[in-house]
Structure formats: structure tokens, C-alpha cells
Write a protein that binds this ligand. Sequence first.
Ligand SMILES: Cc1cc2nc3c(=O)[nH]c(=O)nc-3n(C[C@H](O)[C@H](O)[C@H](O)COP(=O)(O)OP(=O)(O)OC[C@H]3O[C@@H](n4cnc5c(N)ncnc54)[C@H](O)[C@@H]3O)c2cc1C
Length: 460
Amino acid sequence: MKNKSIHIIGAGLVGSLWAYLLKQKGFDVHVFEKRSDPRKTAADRGRSINLIVTSRGLDGLKKAGLIDSILPTTVPVYGRLMHALDGATQYQAYGRNNSECNYAVSRGDLNKTLIQKCADIGVTFHFEHDLVDTDLQTKTLSFANGIQSKFEHAFATDGAGSVIRKKLHALSPNTFKEDVSFISSDYKELYLPANSNGEPVLEKNNLHIWPRGTHMLMALANTDNSFTLTLYLPRSNHAWSFESIKTKERVQALFKSEFQDVIPLVPELETQFLENPQGSLGTVRFSQWHFEDAIALMGDAAHAIVPFFGQGMNCGFEDVTILLEILETNSWDFKKALPLYSEARIKNANAIAEMALENFVEMSAKVGDQNFLLQKKIESILEKEFPTEYRSRYGMITYTLIPYAKAQEAGLIQAQLLADIAKHTPRIEDLDLSFCHRQMQREWIPWLRKQGIQLDRYLV
Ligand SMILES: Cc1cc2nc3c(=O)[nH]c(=O)nc-3n(C[C@H](O)[C@H](O)[C@H](O)COP(=O)(O)OP(=O)(O)OC[C@H]3O[C@@H](n4cnc5c(N)ncnc54)[C@H](O)[C@@H]3O)c2cc1C
């Protein structure tokens, strides 16, 4: 394998991690990126994006031997704190014990670290190389700067708008079915600095949510004690929508009505809102992720999803670990491995795409609903009392490597189980554990056994 050349298009998170692993395996890795080198340029204002890294992302970083470099640049997040309209707050722990948490990290910083780590071991980066076309017959990449490059194996990690994905779709729309859809909400980031003593103005180790039905605000801490706020709002056709808020007065009105407690914390709130870029949120589904032994798609290029499960990058890092495993098991025979990779990943990516869409409703509307909160409390007790027999869908996705599609199936059975227990137990103080266990034995435990899922075996 030594010196066999690999081309990767896109030096984002997934492309950089994949480049790092392939270089470690002895390949001559070339990464082509349309942007200039992010290590030399300042981040765009209002585009910082704070990501949650969870089990699948951690697993990818561990397999690359990078976890010890990355974890110190993250902020552990142990639960979510809901902020009601009247300013009251309610806390929900994420994990079932204190060691389970999510890790918030700046996307830009993580990307720069990964690129630097790649450069340290000899990956070659070609910045300002904007891929505009791919000739699949002659295996040639063409860039906007006029440069062409021939490849033997290329990996498309060029994000949701992937040029290679579009090329494959154009080549054979039936084999390479593409489905791209956008939700009716957009997002905007706002910056919330630390106070004058450098201390955080919100509890640092929580994800803060202001759920308001059709819209919501979220805050995640940065390592310097500032926060990135993300506001999700309908694009149009709502009393509070991006289209209906175009003046400073309207921005004030929105925050006074919906997020009053945030106003004193955000400097230049109106200017930030009016000037920061508005991003759209979509889902990309693609029916085949490889072309012969020549090309595979990974990360958002293959499966962009909405961010409400915090799994886009995590799923992309899992593409990396699974493809590596399949290639190694098949002695690096790309012809055998790439179809197996497509088959293994597509059903799981489609599952997390669907669950991420559902989670928007959970985060923006249901977290304020009393019956939903009761069910969450019951679930958290079941996880603690029956650790080998119960794991929430959220826990499976966030803290284990149980495939997304299995977690989705589990979630359907759990929803019925929790609804049944909640109906029988309107007050959490009256929860009867033996009743709960009897209910679990009806459908849930037989399903777990049938699947052969041992809940403690998948911990990262
Ligand atoms: C608001 C928001 C919050 C999110 N929160 C989370 C979270 O909490 N957890 C999580 O796991 N995920 C989260 N995500 C998703 C996550 O950001 C993406 O899944 C992840 O960045 C995908 O990585 P990627 O490398 O596949 O694609 P990208 O990060 O999009 O990288 C693609 C790269 O390819 C380059 N490129 C594009 N076109 C070309 C071309 N023609 N030629 C050459 N290069 C090209 C781009 O410049 C870029 O560098 C969030 C996303 C958003 C929008």
C-alpha cells in the first residue's frame, strides 16, 4: 500500500479525519479543498458553529489516536436546561451516570486541529482547489483554477452540496437517486461573551434551550467561557420569522416577547441579528455511496442531516471508522469493500436523518410539555434501575455504537412502553418498579434479546 495515492475532496471534519487515518496506513494522501487554508484565516463572524461530539465521533478520534489532543479543547455538557417564558428553568441530565456527557467543540477549531495533525504526518493539502467537474471515464478531477488531477481512488467529503454526488446523480439518476429537502426553519448564530471577570454568564456545562414551539434558542459554551447562541426560526409565514424581522425594533420585540432573560447578556443584539448570516437546514439522502472501486462518498456529501440530534459529524466520523474496518477486513480490496460500505451505512444514515427531523419537534415544543417531561423522568429511572435491560434511544445514539437503525427501532417500542407507564403513573413519586419491569417484559426485553443487543457491550 505504501505510496499508493488517494485523493480526498474536501478538507472539512470528515475529510481531514479520513486523510489522517489513511496516511497512518501508509497511503500517499492528497486533500483538495476549495477554501484557503483555515489555519491562516480568521473565522467568519456568526459562523462559529459549536458541535456536540458523542460516542461515534469519540470512537473515530480514538481510532486515529487523536482523542487526547481534542478532548482538552472541548467543554463537557452533562444535561439540558430548559428556560421557560417566565424565566423558570428545568434540568434534564443526559447520561445515566456522571461520566456520561457530550463534548462541545468549535467546528472551526476542531477542523484546524485535524488539518494540522494531518500536515504533521505528511498529508498533502491543495487549498484553493474548487472541484468543478469529474470525468468518471478517465478518472480525472478538474478544478476551477484550471488544474486537473488523475486519481485511482477518490473520496468525496465535499459537504452537503457535493459536486461528485451531483455528477453521479447526473450519470445515472436511477442508480444514484438523490433526495434533497430543506425544513422551513433557518438558523442564525449570536455571540454571548463571558462577563467582565471572564466568567460564563450561563451554567457552562449545560446545553441551554429556550423552547417556544415553532422556534427555539440554544446556547452552548466555548472553552473561553463565551457561548454560541443558535436561533432557529421559521423563514416566513409566522408571526416570528426571519422574513418578518428586518428592523432593530422587531429584533427587540422578538427577544422581549420570547427570550427576555437573554437580552441583557448579548451585546449589540440587534446588530448581530441583522448582520449575521442566515443558514438553511436540510437533509440529503443518496441511494448509493460508491462508484465502482473508484469513488466513495462520506460525511455530509452522502447524508447531510438537520442538527437537532447533534449527529451530523458524529455520523460522518462513523462512516470513517466503518469504512476503515470494511477495507481492512477485505485486505484493502476497494472493489469488494465499497459496495459493502454503501450497504452498511445507508440504512443507518437514513435512520438518523429521520430521528434528527423528529427531534426538532422534541426540542422546540415537547421539552415544555408536562407529559413528555414525566415520560423522560420515568425513562431516566428505568435506565438507572435496570442498566442491563434499558437504555433510552437518546442514550443508544449518543453513548453507544449501536447502529442508528437499531436505535430507531428500539425508540418505537420505548415510546409505547413509556406512554403505558406514564398513563398508569401520573405522579413520578408513585412509580412502581415491578410494574415497570412487567411492562418491559411484554415487548421491550424480548425485542432486545431477539436483536442480541447487550446494552453494556457497546459502551465506547
Ligand atoms: C447549526 C449546526 C449545528 C450542528 N451541530 C452538530 C453537532 O452538534 N454535532 C454533530 O455531529 N454535527 C453537527 N452539525 C453537522 C456538522 O457540522 C456536519 O455534519 C459536519 O460539518 C460535516 O462534515 P463534512 O466534513 O462531511 O462536511 P463539511 O464540514 O461541510 O466540509 C466539507 C468541506 O468540503 C469543502 N468543499 C465543498 N465543496 C468543495 C469543492 N467543490 N471542491 C473542494 N472542496 C469543497 C468545503 O469547503 C469544506 O471544507 C451541525 C451543523 C449545523 C449547521
